[in-house]
Design a binder for this molecule. Structure first.
Ligand code: HEM
Length: 125
């Protein structure tokens, strides 16, 4: 049965389910594989669980800065954001009740938008 509330277990299943898809995606896998060596994936997944826990559960598990990692990917473009968001939407809609799926999605959309703006500014567009 689907869990009804947002908790650490749900964050864990969303993060792991999402990156399983990312790593099989023909457009996004090469970008992630270029930035994260195979042996670093477990710690990347731990960090992403910490990020979503801090973002949606207001824990203090993450206090990093997400933007620089993305500014450092020169080929990052609109098509990557669209694919990222569509895989993320599929994942949360499959794994979470609708209210929880919306919390994840709303936050992801806002952060993706702020990354797009920052990337455009950074590149002088
Ligand atoms: C880290 C790619 C969108 C949150 C990373 C890394 C990659 C990446 C390759 C690892 C960088 C490294 O360790 O060197 C992408 C791509 C995206 C995307 C291709 C879409 C086009 C997003 C969005 C969010 C996000 C929308 C937030 C909702 C993060 C966070 C980290 C990260 C929190 C960890 C940063 C740190 O090291 O503290 N991303 N990302 N990303 N990403 Fe993304």
């Amino acid at each position: 049965p689907l869990p009804a509330v947002l908790d650490e277990a749900m964050v864990h299943s969303v993060v792991h389910g999402f990156y399983d898809r990312i790593r099989k995606d023909e457009l996004l896998a090469p970008i992630f594989d270029g930035a994260i060596p195979p042996q670093d994936w477990p710690s990347h997944l731990d960090k992403m669980c910490a990020f979503w826990s801090a973002t949606l559960l207001r824990t203090d598990r993450y206090d990093g800065r997400p933007l620089p990692a993305h500014l450092a990917i020169p080929e990052l473009a609109e098509e990557h954001f669209r694919r990222w968001l569509s895989l993320f939407r599929d994942t949360v809609e499959q794994l979470c009740p609708p209210e929880v799926a919306n919390l994840f999605l709303d936050r992801a959309l806002r952060i993706a938008h702020s990354f797009r703006l920052a990337i455009a500014f950074h590149r002088g567009e």
